[in-house]
Every structure is written in C-alpha cells, then in structure tokens.
Design a protein around this ligand. Structure first.
Ligand SMILES: Cc1cc2nc3c(=O)[nH]c(=O)nc-3n(C[C@H](O)[C@H](O)[C@H](O)COP(=O)(O)OP(=O)(O)OC[C@H]3O[C@@H](n4cnc5c(N)ncnc54)[C@H](O)[C@@H]3O)c2cc1C
Length: 380
C-alpha cells in the first residue's frame, strides 16, 4: 500500500494488474532508485537497465489504461528520467507505429521494440519551436521515386543519441501535410548530438538532430500518418501518461516529506507535530489525491472509448501544475536538506520543470481545453 494513496485508488486495479504493479515497483525500488541520483548527477543513461526493462515484459502489452497509467506513476515515483525514457519509447515511438502504422508496419517494428531489441525516439519539436508545430513544422519530406528525402532540424529528442528507430515528423512537399516516418538512427545524413548542461531530467539523453538529405524507402512512411491530426492522436494518448507521471512525482515528494517530517527533530519534537508542517503535508496530499482521481477517471474514459483531446490536455496541464506546487512544498519542508541530491527531493524539484513543459506547455494545453469548452479557438 502506498502512503499517499489515501483514497485507495489502487484497489480499482484488478488482482492481476496489482500484481504487475507490485512487480514493477519492486524492480524500481531495487534497481532504479539506488542509482537514480548518481546517473542524474553525471547526466549518463544506465544502459545496463534496458535489458531489465525488457524482462518486465510490459511494453506494448494489451491492458487497461488504468494499468498503463499506474505503471507510468510508479516509474516517475522512482525516477522521472527513467519514466521519460520509457514514455518516449513505449508511448510516443511505439504509440506512433501502433496508431499510424499499417498492420505490416506494426508487425515489422513493434515486436522488436516491445522486447527492447530496438529502442525508439519521437522527433516532432524543432529548434524554432514546439508549441506551434502543427502549423510551423519546417522539416520537409520530398518524394523521390520509391523513396522520401527528409531535410530539417529537430530539438529535444529524448533517447535519440542511442535509439535504433526515430519516428520523424516532416511536412510533405506534395500536399503540405505533416507525415510520420520511421528512420533508423544510423541512416546516412542523420546526426544526433546530445544536449548538454540540462538542469532537469539529466539522465534522459535529449538530442539536437540534423536531417540532411536523409533517404528512406516509401515503406518507412507510416501509412496512416497523413496530417497533423494523426500526430495529435498520438499526443492525446501520451499526454495522459505525463499526467500520471506528475502524480508519481507528487507521490515521491509527499513520501519523502512525510518520512522526513516524522524523523527530523526541532524544538525537541518531530517537525511533523507542528501545525504549519502538517499544513504543508495536507496541501501536498490534497493535490496528489485530486490529481490521482482525475487520472483514474481519465483512464476509465479511455477504456470506454469516450476520450477527447481536452480530457488529456486538462489532465496534463492540471496535474503538472499541482506537481510543481507539491515538489516546492516538499523542498520547503526539508529546508537545507531539500537542495542536496542525497535526499532525493532536489532531483524531483528540478525534473518537475521538464514535465511541466514537455508534451505541450500549460499554455498550449490550456488553449486546447479553452477551445473545447467555449467553441472558440484562441490559438493565434
Ligand atoms: C526534457 C525535454 C524532453 C523533451 N522530449 C521531446 C521529445 O522526445 N520529442 C519531441 O518532439 N519534443 C520533446 N520535447 C520538446 C517539448 O515538447 C517542447 O519543449 C514543448 O512543446 C515547448 O516547446 P518549446 O520549448 O519550443 O517552447 P515554445 O514553443 O518556444 O514556447 C515558449 C513559451 O511560449 C508559450 N507560448 C507559445 N505559444 C503560445 C500561445 N499561443 N499562447 C500563449 N503562450 C504561448 C509557451 O507556453 C512557452 O511558455 C522535450 C522537451 C524537454 C524540455
């Protein structure tokens, strides 16, 4: 049982699902938590763990959205960087192929990705901007006989320094629409350079990518990725994953703060006995519980097939905003010890900034919800 799951949402998982969650949590506690700070400090990815993620046998498995959401929560509770690694691979990259690929393309790539024989990345954002990619995407795709030629630049692409397959989104010169291509990283003309000096998710290997006359066969174009509407379908699914990750970060922060408050003594008493400290803890568990309830209902809507862009956009914007408050309060409760990595909370404070901004900033997700509830688009 998790301390922070005050309303026992976990009881909504079936017995089989709860067993998977326990298995993944045990793995994370044993193998990810102990190395998380060290790899974060060195900004190095723990490649030895890829095989261990494969052994979990969870990527690309059919199952409820409640289970996949809860797994994202558990991963972020251990380490938001590793949750992001997994989300990019199993959510964005595999999700693009399963939602936009033909049956033959799914069969070609998904089994080897599910077993982590091939790791995926997802290249949408560009140096000139992420928020207006729908209209402003500049990378081009030019048809040449039985091939496509890709030219352009991408920025922030997670896993891309070592991924085997990169899903690249580019604008077709034929019809001016955004299309998706599965590009092996080793393809001539593609270079991926690690972005250095990040202050958040340091373990994630984000890259600047240059595509210079990258030639891929027509069979690499995702058959059903023919306009940005198709890209948006993938994002609708993965944004809810980020909301779950935000809950995982809140849970970690709350658990760290609660434990510390019970152990730390000031004025001859545990600080947990002070009213103002309890106020911080209750605000934390309130944000956490409200966000978790929202994610659980979101998963039910997904499972029922009644799921729209504004549902995931609202959850992403709301939960990451609540998360930013929670990590700040937890940091405040640990005071000086809150700013050193050794107590873990410092890492969560920093990582929360990236979760808050990626997969659509709060502003962009707000505009998606605003358009849905008013019927009037405020995108400019
Ligand atoms: C750690 C990390 C990992 C990432 N991983 C990936 C990845 O794997 N693949 C990928 O494709 N991308 C990835 N991204 C990119 C991410 O999705 C973008 O950073 C995000 O979409 C914002 O784009 P931007 O940084 O270019 O900011 P901009 O789009 O330049 O926005 C700057 C500011 O302007 C605001 N703004 C923009 N337009 C409006 C408007 N109309 N109204 C009000 N405010 C507005 C934004 O909200 C923001 O505050 C990652 C980013 C980070 C930080």
């Amino acid at each position: 049982m998790l301390d922070g799951d005050l309303y026992a949402f976990q009881d909504l998982l079936s017995e089989d699902e709860a067993a998977v969650v326990r298995r993944v949590r045990d793995f994370l506690d044993a193998e990810v938590v102990p190395i998380a700070n060290d790899h974060w400090a060195r900004a190095e990815f723990p490649h030895h763990l890829i095989k261990r993620y494969a052994d979990l046998d969870i990527a690309g498995r059919p199952g409820s959205n409640l289970l996949s959401g809860w797994l994202a929560l558990e991963m972020a509770r251990a380490d938001a960087s590793m949750a992001t690694f997994y989300g990019v691979h199993a959510g964005l990259a595999m999700g693009s192929i399963s939602m936009c690929g033909s049956p033959e393309q799914q069969e070609r790539w998904l089994p080897q990705m599910a077993s982590f024989g091939k790791v995926g990345a997802f290249a949408l954002t560009e140096p000139t901007g992420g928020s207006d990619v729908a209209a402003g995407l500049r990378t081009t795709a030019r048809r040449d006989g039985d091939s496509w030629i890709l030219d352009g630049r991408k920025r922030w692409i997670g896993n891309a320094t070592f991924a085997d397959l990169i899903v690249v989104w580019a604008r077709s010169l034929d019809d001016d629409q955004v299309k998706g291509f599965v590009v092996p990283r080793e393809t001539p003309g593609l270079t991926a350079t690690k972005i250095e000096n990040k202050i958040a998710l340091r373990t994630v290997q984000n890259a600047d990518i240059v595509l210079d006359g990258v030639r891929v066969p027509s069979s690499s174009k995702l058959e059903n990725a023919n306009s940005f509407k198709d890209t948006a379908k993938v994002l609708r699914q993965t944004r809810s994953g980020v909301a779950w990750e935000a809950v995982g970060v809140m849970l970690a922060a709350y658990e760290i703060a609660l434990k510390y408050a019970k152990e730390r003594q000031q004025f001859g008493k545990p600080i947990a006995s002070f009213q103002l400290v309890q106020d911080l803890l209750v605000r934390m568990v309130g944000n956490l519980t409200g966000s978790l309830g929202m994610c659980v209902r979101l998963a039910q809507l997904q499972d029922a097939g009644q799921y729209r862009d504004e549902h995931s956009a609202l959850a992403k914007a709301y939960c990451t905003t609540r998360m930013r408050e929670v990590v700040g309060w937890a940091r405040e409760l640990l005071a000086g010890n809150g700013i050193v990595l050794d107590y873990d909370i410092g890492r969560f404070v920093a990582d929360a900034e990236a979760l808050y901004s990626y997969e659509g900033t709060r502003e962009i997700n707000t505009l998606i919800v605003g358009r849905a509830i008013t019927g009037s688009s405020a995108f400019v």
